[in-house]
Ligand binder design. Structure first.
Ligand SMILES: [Fe+2]
Ligand SMILES: [Fe+2]
Length: 186
């Protein structure tokens, strides 16, 4: 199977909302990769599947948690601080989104346990594979609605409601989280 490492972000840290949307495309891509490996990889695990699995795991271990922090620590608090009727509508969504983040974390921990064993031993028993596929599809369903809500409701509202300075502050925090100079871009 073809292995595609995550695409380079289109947006820079001066466009933090676009950058958050780019992250969603990577979440979808790497989740699909995990599902493909879980459903199709023969036993013992061939090298190309091992590489795909390792790359996708690396994304969810390293990059995805920073995306959650971008939302929970940089974007959502600024929306919560807005005194605006449109913001109030969006605020009603944020609690559910944060609950999704916690639910996803539990399922990702299970995925980590099963795939760690798979990578270590090179084989996976049928029960574990079945459970892995089930957990991954549950995550796919969760992310589908979660990402739709963020891309179609929360992010466009943030784009309209937050001023240039607030957006710049979010971009700077995102850059710092990745230890990158915001001037240089991602
Ligand atoms: Fe989120
Ligand atoms: Fe998100």
């Amino acid at each position: 199977m073809a292995i595609q490492i995550g695409t380079t972000p289109q947006a820079g840290f001066d466009e933090p909302i676009e950058l958050l949307m780019d992250c969603h495309r990577r979440v979808e891509h790497f989740l699909d990769t995990l599902i493909r490996v879980a459903e199709k990889a023969p036993c013992p695990l061939p090298d190309e599947y091992r590489r795909a699995l390792t790359t996708a795991r690396h994304y969810f271990d390293q990059a995805a948690p920073r995306h959650t922090e971008d939302e929970e620590d940089s974007l959502f608090p600024r929306l919560r601080a807005m005194d605006d009727p449109e913001a109030k509508k969006v605020l009603a969504r944020l609690k559910a989104l944060e609950a999704d983040h916690r639910t996803a974390r539990v399922d990702h921990e299970r995925v980590d346990q099963v795939t760690d064993r798979w990578l270590e031993g090179g084989t996976i028993d049928e029960d574990s594979r079945r459970e892995l596929i089930e957990v991954l599809h549950r995550l796919r369903r969760l992310y589908t609605e979660h990402i739709r809500l963020e891309d179609e409701e929360v992010f466009p509202a943030a784009q309209r409601l937050l001023d240039e300075q607030q957006l710049q502050a979010i971009g700077d925090e995102m850059a710092r989280r990745r230890d990158i100079d915001a001037e240089r871009g991602p």
